[in-house]
Design a protein around this ligand. Structure first.
Ligand code: G4P
Length: 192
């Protein structure tokens, strides 16, 4: 069992059969030791890939993404969920992301200035559920003509279809913790 999985068991709160709350160390208060342990595993897995940029979506992806970018010594870019007034339509790549958890569809954007056809992009996010956020980020990389080098996830809810959808689209998904079930008010990891 890795450090993130231990912390999920110790400090995670199962809200219902679909939602795990980890606000005490990842989604609200952030424990730097958790981020360090997660990104050292990401680094071991992705270190031989050519990666020019780490991409995530605000807000909770930013902490693991910035530390991973520091390991790789490349810039970190985060997609924004609100469009800055300083950015005109012609200057941004834009996609729609539907959140099943929040039952809301939002426009997500990045400035064209920061992604190019030369970029080999590692996508990092905190949770993988239905895969909507990651598929939106893949779409933004594709619009820029760049290449997705891999996808790193902190907490994958393997009982939801996110991994399958990303793999079917041809992406390599590496998750630090894979949750098989949240049934019975209990976290069960894949392979337990
Ligand atoms: P998807 O992107 O994989 O399709 O997931 P979904 O629409 O279900 O989730 C949207 C938001 O809900 C994301 O946060 C995601 O991180 C979060 N989420 C999904 N499942 C869980 C869960 O079990 N526990 C918690 N705590 N969050 C979950 P977001 O809207 O991007 O918010 P944030 O990054 O600003 O926190």
């Amino acid at each position: 069992m890795n450090y993130l999985e231990k912390r999920i068991l110790e400090d995670g709160i199962v809200i219902d059969e679909k939602i795990l709350k980890i606000d005490s160390f990842l989604n609200h208060q952030i424990d730097p030791k958790v981020i360090k342990e997660i990104t050292s595993e990401f680094f071991d897995y992705f270190k031989y890939r050519v990666i020019t940029k780490v991409l995530t979506i605000e807000a909770s992806g930013i902490a693991p993404a910035i530390m991973m970018a520091a390991h790789l010594q490349v810039p970190m870019l985060f997609a924004k969920k609100s469009v800055p007034s300083t950015l005109s339509t012609d200057d941004k790549y834009s996609t729609l992301v539907h959140s099943f958890t929040k039952n809301k569809t939002s426009e997500v954007i990045i400035s064209k200035e920061y992604l190019s056809p030369d970029d080999k992009v590692l996508i990092i996010d905190d949770f993988l559920a239905n895969g909507e956020a990651c598929l939106g980020l893949v779409d933004l990389v594709n619009q820029a003509g760049g290449e997705v080098a891999g996808i790193g996830i902190c907490v994958e809810k393997s009982f939801q279809p996110g991994r399958k959808r990303l793999e079917e689209a041809g992406h390599d998904v590496f998750s630090i913790s894979r949750i098989a079930s949240l049934e019975g008010n209990k976290v069960t990891f894949v392979d337990e």
